[in-house]
Design a protein around this ligand. Structure first.
Ligand SMILES: C[S@@+](CC[C@H](N)C(=O)[O-])C[C@H]1O[C@@H](n2cnc3c(N)ncnc32)[C@H](O)[C@@H]1O
Length: 273
């Protein structure tokens, strides 16, 4: 899922997410809020904590965190995409959530003071940053001594076999597809340790479910970072790729539907006290 933008500039990343923002909260993509809830359940922030959600998107983590820290706590949610932040703002208004602050900000260029947050978290955000080591060092800088830094990334089998089939089709059509980042749990662990975090722990969990059919799989492609490489094709060529791809994905359906593997790494570490 990171291919679309792994080597893109921040403004290209923001443009893709502005494009997908209106459809990002669809049922087919419910793994994002499932995983956000799981992240917050593992983190267990205390009432009154201050938490930074980097690459917050439409707020799956920020909203779960806002409930956990309660009215005496505060969540700061940052993202590059104004479209994603606008969706989050609409939800905060609709649900009357008053303890979340939003900022357009690059997760690799934080504008907060040292030791400010109890926790810094990012669900499926770190792999978009061109210098992940530098970003993690900044996340550590703004975390209080003894506080937690936590992120999620997709494990190697996530979205297989559909993602491999799509990738092959796009490569055949001439689209450059960089490799998936942060799928290797050892790499996740090493990055956290190199950033000066201690007690680093990676838990890998299956967060998948059955989609109804291949059209739901396309909803995921079309409303995620995978939209980026798709948009590089001319409309007629993209339609050919889509039809051929969905034909092969249809063959993977069973009587339960289409299995969506969402194997996820939950990576956490602690800033030394
Ligand atoms: C896959 S979405 C994840 C959103 C949310 N965390 C969730 O779990 O639903 C990735 C988000 O990262 C944001 N993003 C990518 N690069 C970023 C950067 N350098 N700084 C801040 N946000 C970034 C995108 O705009 C997008 O909203």
């Amino acid at each position: 899922m990171t291919e679309a933008t792994a080597q893109a500039t921040p403004s290209q990343v923001a443009a893709v997410f502005d494009l997908v923002a209106p459809g990002y909260d669809q049922e087919a993509l419910r793994f994002f809020p499932f995983i956000a809830d799981r992240l917050i359940a593992q983190l267990r922030p205390a009432a009154g904590d201050k938490l930074l959600d980097v690459a917050c998107g439409t707020g799956a983590v920020a909203i779960a965190a806002a409930q956990a820290v309660g009215p005496g706590g505060r969540v700061t949610a940052i993202d590059l995409s104004e479209g994603m932040l606008a969706r989050l703002q609409a939800k905060l208004t609709k649900f009357g959530v008053a303890n979340v602050d939003l900022h357009v900000m690059d997760g690799g260029a934080l504008e907060f003071r040292r030791d400010y947050f109890n926790h810094v978290v990012s669900s499926f955000g770190l792999f978009f940053l061109s210098d992940m080591s530098s970003a993690l060092a900044q996340w550590r800088r703004v975390t209080r001594p003894g506080g937690t830094v936590m992120f999620t990334s997709f494990a190697p089998l996530a979205f297989t076999p559909m993602i491999d089939l799509l990738r092959a089709r796009l490569v055949d059509a001439g689209v450059d597809m960089p490799p998936q980042e942060l799928a290797d749990s050892n790499e996740c662990q090493a990055l956290m340790t190199a950033a000066g975090l201690m007690d680093v722990n990676v838990k890998t969990e299956q967060m998948g479910y059955h989609l109804r059919n291949e059209l739901e799989w396309w909803e995921i492609v079309w409303h995620s970072a995978l939209r980026g490489p798709c948009e590089r094709l001319a409309p007629a060529q993209l339609e050919e790729v889509r039809v051929a791809h969905l034909e092969e994905v249809a063959c993977l359906r069973t009587d339960k539907g289409l299995w969506l593997n969402v194997e996820t790494h939950f990576v956490r570490g602690r800033k030394p006290a």
